[in-house]
Write a protein that binds this ligand. Structure first.
Ligand code: GLC
Length: 500
């Protein structure tokens, strides 16, 4: 018998391939809330007017008469960048938003900025397009440098810049967990961008404010979620994505057994198991969704507990069975590529994967479902909070020009463009509720019901990186074969020395 509590229903309702009619029928039967329903309907927008059974958010769906009211995707040949048109706007890689602050910024014409931007997915390409538009409109040259892919390596690189007081970076992407650590080296943006900051979610602005100093403008949000292959679930007779980790294990095993013959590289479940920041994010989700807590709570180290031991040993059991042995070296892009290449049934990752996995040239484009991550019975579905900010280095030689670049990049127009084309989660509520954004990211509103869990970066401040390193090293040892009951006491002890 299925558990019919609302928090257990989210997975089916998030199955983005449901038809509008199915969704309405189920929503009525289940008493779904209005915001969740409107998101689902946005996800299905235009479908009834479309003669084919194209999934709701198909970048290549044929335009229909519905184009007048709802955003639709224009037909583009395979391999070219996605183009999405609404009555007002065409979103495409070669059409970045107008530089609305060009007049103001042009007074710094001739300046050159180095921007440490995105390196994952199409983020780098988008950065180039935006920087190009900004340069053309303002005469400010922007050198776009992709930051290291791993947040842990990225942190170390910035530490080196800052300790050398290097002017070699002006604008940089800052992880949601870093304001406390890097505040002394970042320009206070509250004077220049305080008005703009009011449009963003207050919680992120609070997170980015250290001792009254606004050290970063929100750029995009992130949360962990589950991607799954709708075709394979159907093929093996599963009507819904897994609600519990045990179900995920069973489903992955069944699908794996069936698919391995034809594809020896096939994996059941892939995630980020490498010893780096991403594993801390995965581990937080495993623990918080199984009664294992959140590492450090109210100043107490709680990581060594029986539920945490049990869950981490369960995950250890996945390595080399439902997950490939190599998962202990995977970061975001490794795991995305396995899934997008058609070689995995389930993937844990961030929202940016959605636009890529459902994009023009993705082999699995019509077969991608999205759901909250599983939880053990009696525990909430959770997703780790991630996200990035744009900050200006104190050692920049052109801070005013840098601030104008940040003003443009974090604006509602740019966030909308990035959300529609790259499924980057907006940090401005008005952007998050735009129809074209909801259509491009049909999971956005329903996912709001999923509990967001945060890493302990606020309470540990500049020592957070050490905390996380202890956690991911310990968890990686477990994944590579050690018993969690042996590893967690040492992890707890080391954390205790930091927390005091
Ligand atoms: C994503 C998140 C970030 C996190 C990182 C870990 O980029 O946005 O917050 O630290 O993944 O790999």
């Amino acid at each position: 018998m299925r558990d019919m509590r609302p928090d257990r229903l989210a997975p089916d309702l998030l199955a983005v391939r449901f038809s509008r009619r199915q969704v309405l029928r189920r929503a009525a039967a289940l008493g779904l809330s209005v915001p969740a329903l409107s998101a689902l309907l946005a996800a299905c927008a235009g479908e009834e007017a479309t003669p084919t059974q194209a999934p709701a958010v198909q970048p290549t769906a044929t335009p229909t008469e519905a184009a007048a009211e709802t955003p639709t995707a224009a037909e583009t040949p395979a391999g070219t960048p996605t183009v999405i048109t609404t009555p007002e706007t065409t979103y495409s890689m070669d059409n970045p938003p107008e530089v609305f602050n060009a007049d103001q910024a042009s007074q710094y014409s001739g300046a050159t900025l180095t921007y440490y931007g995105d390196s994952v997915g199409i983020g780098a390409e988008m950065d180039q397009a935006l920087a190009g538009a900004f340069s053309e409109a303002t005469g400010i040259t922007i050198n776009v440098v992709p930051k290291p892919e791993s947040a842990t390596e990225n942190y170390a690189a910035y530490q080196r810049f800052f300790s050398a007081q290097s002017p070699d970076v002006d604008v940089m992407m800052i992880d949601v967990i870093w304001p406390g650590a890097f505040a002394p080296h970042l320009v206070d943006l509250s004077q220049a961008l305080g008005e703009e900051a009011k449009a963003h979610y207050e919680t992120i602005i609070e997170n980015n404010t250290v001792d009254g100093k606004l050290v970063g403008m929100p750029w995009f949000g992130d949360f962990g979620m589950l991607y799954y292959r709708t075709d394979l679930l159907e093929k093996y007779g599963f009507s819904n994505p897994p609600e519990t980790w045990d179900e995920l294990e069973e489903m992955a095993q069944t699908i794996l057994e069936g698919e391995r013959g034809a594809n020896p590289n096939f994996a059941g479940f892939v995630f980020q198991g490498n010893a780096y920041e991403g594993l801390t994010c995965n581990a937080l989700e495993w623990l918080a969704s199984s009664g294992g807590g959140r590492f450090i709570e109210n100043g107490q180290v709680t990581i060594n507990n029986p539920q945490a031991v049990e869950m981490l040993n369960k995950v250890r059991g996945w390595v080399g069975t439902i997950a490939p042995q190599g998962v202990t070296t995977y970061q975001e892009e490794d795991s995305r590529q396995v899934f997008q290449g058609g070689n995995a049934a389930f993937l844990r990752n961030w929202p940016y994967v959605y636009s890529l996995a459902t994009g023009e040239d993705s082999p699995v484009r019509d077969m991608v479902g999205v759901a909250p991550l599983p939880a053990q019975p009696g525990n909430p579905h959770v997703g780790t909070v991630g996200g990035w900010q744009l900050a200006v280095s104190m050692y920049s030689r052109a801070p005013e020009a840098a601030i104008e670049f940040v003003r443009y990049m974090t604006s509602p127009e740019v966030q909308t463009w990035r959300a529609v084309l790259g499924s980057f989660v907006p940090t401005i509520p008005d952007v998050a509720s735009r129809p074209e954004v909801l259509q491009a990211m049909p999971f956005l509103e329903p996912m709001e019901a999923v509990e967001r869990v945060t890493r302990p970066s606020r309470e540990t401040g500049e020592r957070y990186n050490e905390v996380s390193t202890i956690v991911f090293q310990g968890v990686n040892q477990i994944l590579t074969g050690q018993d969690a009951a042996q590893v967690l006491p040492g992890v707890a002890q080391r954390l205790q020395r930091i927390v005091g």
